[in-house]
Structures are given as structure tokens and as C-alpha cells.
Design a protein around this ligand. Structure first.
Ligand code: HAH
Length: 337
């Protein structure tokens, strides 16, 4: 306890300054109140949790809504932070207009590419000064069937080359920012193998991909996590890719566990969670030459997407600060090494 009191003064971002950036996913609301204080103390990278997604920032063809991202950008610049841009091409949270022509029919390949270009150009130009990495494509690898690429409107209309095209367009406008392919479960053997194939082939064809984002939506029960993670880091590094941990959170529920009878995490869960955070941060540090950024997908257990995934309305406690925005044992463990 005395030790924990001493650690209250430590900052995550400062502790890890010779390792990698420490980021958090944020909404505009997080820029005020207690979350603001935590951001200022512990973080030096921000990812808009939802505000940069296509349907939010570009809801209609002729209308962008930059307000929330602009606020995050100003806060970042005022406080010497950088941003990760999330995300241009994704099968979710993309408005229907992107894929329809003026008659309401499926848009042509040319039209969809032209719209993608316009979208990428506007965002890159507006946020050039603060974004150091873009998630150009999110979650393109199929994880249910044997197929490599997921079905999506992007793929259906543009064809399998939509990834290459998206990265090439992004490279034209993104200045010095690094370009990332981002996905979940991509440290697991089944998806690592597919992702390796997809990325290797793209790189061999000259696609300008700088890095891979490992989302890291994990849980406290996965016994293979550390070994899978190390293996995945080595495989991706062997392709010459930089690695970002982009959406880290560690659920107290196994993915298949749909129970809804728990109203606070048990002490055993919190202890296990602290241990998993400790272990994965030890791996991140070990691979600091290739891992250049680690982002938590939220600040405290007050607000986490896990409250609605995979079970809608079920509370989860996956982050480093609790529902009262007090540090959890997990935070202390990653500050002390
Ligand atoms: C992520 N998908 C998204 O990249 C992010 O934008 C969103 O806010 C939350 C999670 C994760 C995901 C998953 O782990 C399993 C199935 C679908 C999506």
C-alpha cells in the first residue's frame, strides 16, 4: 500500500518514454473532468474512439462533421500529444451513400474509389499536423470461413485490390504519417497465418504499408496469450512492419462466457487482470524496437465498449482505472518493473 501511494505520482507516458507512446481512445467528453486529468498525467497519444469513423465524420456525401475530432486535435496539440487516425476503410460504421449512385443503384468501382480518395484527402490534409499513424484498413481478414478476405461492400465493389488501392491513396496524402493495417485476434495462430499471407502478398506487390495494428481486445483467461503474442510480433516484424498495440483492453470474461449476474469484478479477477497486464507489458517492453505505440481502448471502467460487446448491456471492467476513476492494481503493475 505504501508502495502504491508512492506510485501515485508516476506517469505511464513518462515511465514508458524510452519505449513507446502510451495512448487512449477518447470521446470529446473525456477532455473534461476526471478523465481529462488522467489523460494529462498518463497519456501522450489519443485515438478518437468513434469520431473519425466514416459514418460520423462524413455522414453525407457533401457534409463532413469535423467538430469532435477538431476538439480532440486542439487538446492534443495544446498538451504535446499526437493522434492515431482510426479508420478509413472498414466494413462497419460506413454510411450507405458511399456505395450507392445517384439512382440508388450500386455505385461503380470508379465512383467508390473516387469517394474514398476524397475522404482520405480531406482527413489527411486536415489532421496532418497531429496524426502520426492512420489505420488505413480495419479488420479485412475473414475469421469465420477458410477465405482470406472478409466480404464487405468495399471488397464487393472494388475487388480484392481495395486494400492496395486504399494504402496507395493514403500514401499520396498522409505526409510523414505511418500507414497501418489494423485487426483483432491477429495474434491468434488461425488469424496470424491468414494475415501474414495477405500482408506478405500486398508488400510484395509494393503496397505502402508501414505497420500492423494488433487491437488487443483480450481477456484474463487466455493461457496462450503471451506465447501467441510473442510469436505474432516476431512474424510481423519479419515482414519489416512496425507494430502498434491499438485498442488494448483486458476483459474479465472469456469470450464465450455470456453470464450477466456479476455486478462487480471479484478480487480474483482483478488480481488475474493485473497479472495479465503485467505480463503483456513485459512483452511489449521486450519488443520495444518494433512496438512504437500502445493504446488503451478507453480510460476507466466508467466507459468501455465492452459494456456492449459481446453481450449488450453487460458491465465489464477491462481498463486500468476503475468505475470511480481510481487506479487499479493493473496500473501499478505496469508502472513497476
Ligand atoms: C474494434 N472492433 C474496432 O476497431 C473499434 O473501432 C471499436 O470501437 C471497438 C472494437 C473489435 C471487434 C471484435 O473484437 C470482434 C468482433 C468485431 C469487432
Amino acid at each position: 500500500m505504501g508502495e502504491n501511494l508512492e506510485m501515485l505520482n508516476l506517469s505511464l507516458a513518462k515511465t514508458y518514454k524510452d519505449y513507446f507512446k502510451i495512448g487512449a481512445a477518447v470521446t470529446a467528453k473525456d477532455l473534461e473532468g476526471v478523465h481529462r486529468e488522467i489523460l494529462l498525467k498518463h497519456f501522450n497519444s489519443l485515438t478518437p474512439e468513434n469520431a473519425m469513423k466514416f459514418e460520423n465524420i462524413h455522414p453525407e456525401e457533401q457534409r463532413y462533421d469535423f467538430e469532435e475530432v477538431d476538439r480532440i486535435r486542439s487538446f492534443a496539440i495544446e498538451n504535446n500529444m499526437k493522434m492515431r487516425g482510426h479508420t478509413f476503410v472498414w466494413h462497419n460504421q460506413t454510411p450507405g451513400w458511399v456505395f450507392l449512385d445517384k439512382n440508388g443503384e450500386e455505385a461503380s468501382k470508379e465512383l467508390v474509389i473516387e469517394r474514398l480518395r476524397g475522404h482520405i484527402k480531406s482527413l489527411c490534409e486536415r489532421y496532418k499536423d497531429v496524426v502520426y499513424a492512420w489505420d488505413v484498413v480495419n479488420e479485412a481478414v475473414e475469421d469465420k470461413t477458410e477465405k482470406l478476405l472478409r466480404e464487405s461492400n468495399w471488397r464487393k465493389i472494388i475487388g480484392d485490390d481495395y486494400l492496395k488501392i486504399a494504402f496507395e491513396i493514403a500514401r499520396e496524402y498522409a505526409g510523414d504519417a505511418k500507414l497501418f493495417y489494423n485487426d483483432y485476434n491477429n495474434e491468434m495462430p488461425y488469424k496470424l497465418e491468414k494475415t501474414y499471407k495477405v500482408l506478405k502478398e500486398l508488400l510484395e506487390r509494393g503496397t505502402p504499408i508501414d505497420g500492423i495494428g494488433i487491437q488487443a481486445h483480450w481477456n484474463i483467461w487466455d493461457k496462450n496469450l503471451v506465447s501467441n503474442l510473442k510469436k505474432a510480433i516476431e512474424v510481423y516484424a519479419s515482414l519489416g512492419l512496425e507494430i502498434h498495440i491499438t485498442e488494448l483492453d483486458i476483459s474479465v470474461f472469456e469470450f464465450e462466457d455470456k453470464r450477466t449476474d456479476l455486478f462487480e469484478p471479484t478480487p480474483e479477477m482483478l488480481e488475474l487482470q493485473a497479472k495479465v497486464y503485467e505480463d503483456v507489458f513485459a512483452v511489449f517492453r521486450e519488443y520495444k524496437d518494433v512496438i512504437t505505440s500502445v493504446t488503451l481502448w478507453g480510460i476507466s471502467d466508467r466507459h468501455t465498449w465492452k459494456d456492449n460487446f459481446p453481450v449488450k448491456g453487460r458491465k465489464d471492467w477491462p481498463l486500468l482505472f476503475d468505475v470511480n476513476v481510481k487506479p487499479k492494481e493493473a496500473l501499478y503493475r505496469i508502472l513497476r518493473f
